[in-house]
Design a binder for this molecule. Structure first.
Ligand code: MG
Length: 382
């Protein structure tokens, strides 16, 4: 079998899909995208096609190494997301060629289903308690929210009080047993992260995410010592070599690689296995589309330390299109009692509605995250 063609589709709300075709009529799909840089990643995929056309798509490990190592320069969000989408599509092809789900090729599932959480609130958290109540009514047992708006290095206590009041209102509404993840989103710098985490200690959170940016790993042990909640991070890390530093530094309890950014199924499985050796849990990052989620579930199926999965149904970014729009078999993502079953179909387990993908790609998107500024006019982390 030989790869004959790679085609990328930039589709709303902010995604990029990749179709890889072969000379045997089997095609696979992947989702190579960095939110806000979809066209750049598509260009990187086009450059990778020079290494892929004419090669056997079933040699996934070798092609991964060619894409990662043979280009001399490596790592980072753009190149690792391009590799990720290609890798997902290669696994999809291999699974379809053999008529089995990808997780069967990875040794078979260690679980039947995985817990999922629902996003509540938007960029600027408000009215989150009512949304939490609604998510629980839909069967979710865990929710995640942004913790704060923009936050200066040293900021005023009213912003801290607002963040704490939001969390308190949610805990009040959902009771003690619903998981609440609070994402600081890398918006908070270490001085205020310490303050916020101390204030959030009483709410028995499921985790606090990106309390500071992952480029400040050396701050994590100090923040972990506050004991506010398990610490999660990793959506902006891209390889085993990035996560090696996280695990060696310590203080992180949950890693959150994004299989559309961290080198695909091949690399993310290896990252998860590294974390298992440190007794660190996995909660894969996936605010993206259906192909990405299908790839995530293949990894959840075989990763013992995965305990929950992010998914984007109804997320605040999905304004023009939502998670289920592009698949012929949306039942693959039927959530029940806060869990989603491992998809049973061949490859990634979903059937992409290519006609609709092409229709929406004609419109495309130029999604960019908002640029925030502090009161003094300086740029704020979003
Ligand atoms: Mg996050």
């Amino acid at each position: 079998m030989k790869i004959t063609k790679l085609t990328t589709f930039i589709v709303p709300p902010r995604w990029c899909f990749l179709k890889i075709e072969t000379d045997e009529g089997i095609a696979g799909w992947g989702e190579p995208v960095v939110e806000g840089r979809a066209q750049t990643v598509a260009a990187a995929v086009d450059e990778l096609s020079d290494y892929l056309i004419g090669r056997d798509p079933r040699h996934v490990q070798d092609l991964w190494n060619v894409m990662y190592r043979a280009g001399f320069y490596r790592g980072g969000p753009i190149m690792m997301s391009a590799i990720a989408g290609v890798d997902q599509a290669l696994w999809d092809i291999k699974g379809r060629a053999l008529g089995v789900p990808v997780y069967e090729l990875l040794g078979g599932p260690v679980r039947d289903r995985i817990r999922v959480y629902s996003w509540i609130g938007g960029d600027r958290p408000s009215e989150t308690a009512e949304q939490a109540r609604a998510a629980v009514a839909r069967g979710f047992t865990a929710v995640k929210m942004n913790g704060t708006e923009e936050m200066q290095y040293i900021d005023t206590h009213d912003k801290v009080a607002r963040a704490v009041a939001n969390v308190a209102a949610i805990r009040d509404v959902v009771g003690p047993d619903i998981g609440i993840g609070v994402d600081f989103h890398g918006r908070v710098h270490k001085p205020m992260a310490k303050v916020l985490m101390r204030e959030l200690r009483d709410f028995k959170l499921m985790f606090i995410e990106e309390p500071v940016l992952s480029e400040h790993l050396e701050a994590i042990p100090e923040l972990a010592a506050i004991g506010a909640a398990p610490i999660a991070l990793g959506e902006r890390l891209y390889s085993r070599w990035d996560f090696k530093r996280v695990l060696a530094t310590g203080g992180v309890d949950i890693i959150q690689p994004d299989p559309s950014h961290s080198g695909g199924i091949t690399e993310t499985c290896k990252i998860a296995a590294m974390a298992e050796a440190y007794d660190v849990a996995v909660a894969l990052h996936c605010p993206l589309g259906p192909i990405a989620l299908a790839a995530n579930l293949q990894i959840d199926a075989v990763s013992y330390n995965a305990f929950i999965q992010e998914q984007s149904l109804g997320i605040h970014y999905n304004t023009s299109n939502d998670l289920l729009d592009y698949v012929v078999n949306p039942q693959a993502f039927a959530y029940r009692d806060g869990y989603v079953d491992m998809p049973g179909g061949p490859g990634l387990g979903i059937e992409v509605n290519e006609d609709y993908v092409r229709e929406r790609a004609a419109e495309g998107h130029r999604w960019r995250n908002p640029v925030w500024r502090h009161a003094d006019g300086s740029v704020a982390e979003w």
